[in-house]
Write a protein that binds this ligand. Sequence first.
Ligand code: UDP
Ligand code: MG
Length: 313
Amino acid sequence: MDISVVVPLLNEEESLPELCAWIERVVTTNNYTYEVILVDDGSTDDSWEVIKQLSLTNNNIKGIRFRRNYGKSAALNEGFKAALGDVIITMDADMQDSPDEIPELRKMILVDGYDLVSGWKQKRFDNTFTKNLPSKLFNAAARASSGIKLNDFNCGLKAYKKKVVKSIEVFGEMHRYIPVLAKWAGFRKIGEKVVEHRARKYGTTKFGWERFVNGFLDLTTITFLYKFGKRPMHFFGLYGTLCFLIGFGVSLYLSINKLMDSGFSLTNKPAFYIGLAVMIIGIQLFLTGFIAELISRNSSERNSYLIEDKLGI
Ligand code: UDP
Ligand code: MG
């Protein structure tokens, strides 16, 4: 199969028929064999009924329905598991992404050899203050921490080689960082294509202000997991020991002064309290590292590595 289009959706009943018709038009003019996987992320409107109708009229249209809302990442993850195509395209259901980009994206994967191509909404049709500015900040942070030179990490329109989607696991709200996940799974050829962005035609955005906080928390988690996921003690142990030594040094210095001179007052010196606090923080960090190490050693994932190729094995 040439192409799988994976579409996560939450309450998008109005858009679905138009979106599917448009995708169908594009793939049939290009003679692709294809499937459209519509993942209903616990919609409370009639989205699932619409999907059922669509799949009756066209058996390339497939559906997965969550019992409740788990989030866009979960929806993508399930779609990726089910996808059969050589090239997997993801796009939002709200028709802000244009299916006309599919042939060019596919070419970049198959001919130019990219593992992943991310869309770049260079000209965005969203609110400047609630979307465009925060998104600039967010992308700068993601670029700095991952070293991937993309302008737009979170674009819903992306294309993947099949082996990329089968090697990554998207959970929590990690859909914002799929290029980072892919890079850390060893797929380095990540490209970008300027894509047409359109204003939302039906319905409203499904992400509120929490996404700023969640987005940055996830970036921290993902960076930490990649660097120290398999060796947490190297992070906590280092800073724990450092804190403890600083606190211990300060306390030792003050105690020696006290021993030499009984008139020396400890309790009216901020350094005394700071020294104690820093020592305790150090011990806590150290113990956290220890527990994290025990947990990571018990994980069934502790010895799972992604293998690209084998010879004679
Ligand atoms: N979406 C989803 N589950 C959610 C939230 C959103 O599947 O919990 C889908 C939504 O239906 C849409 C896509 O993710 O197809 C992008 O969402 P939206 O257009 O609301 O985001 P925005 O474009 O405003 O960033
Ligand atoms: Mg949208």
